[in-house]
Design a protein. Structure first.
Ligand SMILES: Cc1cc2nc3c(=O)[nH]c(=O)nc-3n(C[C@H](O)[C@H](O)[C@H](O)COP(=O)(O)O)c2cc1C
Length: 168
């Protein structure tokens, strides 16, 4: 018989895997929403395709399902408050997560946040059932980079900057 997996150990191991932090935004009709997401990766270059994993009970999920579009906003070091807000940690801002935040649109109409390191505007090409989550693959149809901004890192369940990182 297989030994049961200790999920707290699983969480601890996953927390050692340093990631960036993104806010995945979407729009369906006039409704816009978004969530903080670090289950994000590059899938292919030709065509440029990325994947985001979104919980089926997240409010953005039905909007992405309907509209088949999303934007990945890659956060900068000074955007921890934005990350917290889009992770639902600012209760007073949970009805309208965009209140007081500057944003524009690019190709798909998904919100593009100001002050990020860059964005990838995507149309959904495929979805995969991941149990509690859906894996959305998106082809990049618009993008922009501001490489003057340092990245926001998530490591050990905390936000980090990259000042003390050293090239090996
Ligand atoms: C650093 C960080 C990373 C997260 N990554 C994901 C993720 O990859 N996928 C996901 O579904 N939720 C992720 N979450 C949780 C969602 O951001 C959070 O549940 C959010 O409130 C969902 O939006 P909703 O409240 O509108 O449903 C993450 C939260 C944090 C703080």
């Amino acid at each position: 018989m297989q030994t049961p997996i200790d999920s707290s150990q699983f969480r601890r191991i996953m927390s050692r895997f340093a990631t960036g932090v993104t806010v995945v935004t979407t729009r369906s009709g006039q409704e816009v929403h978004g969530l903080t997401c670090n289950a994000f990766c590059s899938i292919s270059l030709n065509p440029c395709t990325v994947m985001v994993s979104v919980a089926k009970d997240a409010r953005s999920w039905p909007l992405i399902e309907e509209s088949r579009l999303f934007a990945v906003n890659v956060l900068s070091e000074d955007q921890t408050a934005i990350s917290d807000r889009f992770a639902g940690r600012h209760r007073d801002k949970d009805d309208d997560r965009f209140e007081g935040i500057e944003w524009t649109t690019a190709v798909t109409g998904a919100p593009i946040l100001e002050g990020t390191q860059g964005y990838l505007d995507c149309r959904v090409t495929r979805t995969f059932d991941g149990g509690t989550h859906t894996l959305f693959l998106g082809e990049v149809v618009g993008l922009n980079l501001d490489d003057s901004r340092p990245p926001l890192v998530f490591y050990g369940s905390r936000y980090m900057g990259v000042d003390s990182l050293k090239p090996l």
